[in-house]
Design a protein around this ligand. Structure first.
Ligand SMILES: [Zn+2]
Length: 107
């Protein structure tokens, strides 16, 4: 495991493999490579107490995502319709591409 490097990036669709949100699918909103964590849309929601503000005049409790460990998520392959392992393919121009290890479609 290399520090500061995670296998997913923002915009990726991933599936959560463990914890209370096991099986949930969502889009990565932000990556935190230094912490090996990612923020996923709709996953690991926590309730936060807030003071009244202009956006939220009532104050009270808002729900928001909290980061989860990147090791707990797997990339989702649309073609396979399931979480998959990621492989690397080197294209003719020398650029690396992430592909699904099952169906070899680009992820
Ligand atoms: Zn696939």
């Amino acid at each position: 495991m290399t520090k500061g490097k995670i296998h997913v990036k923002s915009g990726d669709t991933v599936v959560v493999l463990s914890g209370k949100d096991k099986g949930k699918k969502g889009k990565i909103l932000r990556g935190y490579p230094a912490d090996r964590k990612v923020l996923i849309e709709g996953v690991n929601m926590i309730k936060k107490h807030t003071r009244p503000s202009q956006q939220n005049p009532q104050g009270g409790i808002v729900e928001q995502e909290a980061p989860v460990y990147a090791d707990k998520v797997m990339l989702f392959c649309k073609s396979c319709n399931r979480p998959v392992r990621v492989g690397k393919k080197i294209k003719d121009d020398g650029k690396k591409e992430r592909v699904c290890k099952k169906c070899y479609s680009t992820l």
